[in-house]
Design a binder for this molecule. Structure first.
Ligand SMILES: [Zn+2]
Length: 72
């Protein structure tokens, strides 16, 4: 996995983290990358069954706040 050492914008130090998403029943989950275009399902919100998904890791610049995300 790529780990950026410095910010592309200001060359500040990058720290690893992740973006929290709300899952079912308000439980917290990490943000996921899903292949294709979003399709709405009446019952479940977005349909992502049978799609390829990857957890998203975001690196944050401690100087300017710029985020660089990787879906692994
Ligand atoms: Zn920066």
């Amino acid at each position: 996995m790529a780990e950026p050492r410095e910010c592309l914008r200001c060359r500040g130090p990058m720290e690893p983290g992740f973006v929290v998403d709300k899952g079912h029943h308000d439980s917290k989950d990490t943000q996921k990358w899903v292949e294709g275009t979003p399709e709405r399902s009446f019952w479940k919100g977005l349909k992502i069954k049978d799609r390829e998904t990857h957890a998203v890791t975001s690196f944050r610049c401690t100087r300017c706040g710029y985020l660089e995300s990787y879906a692994n």
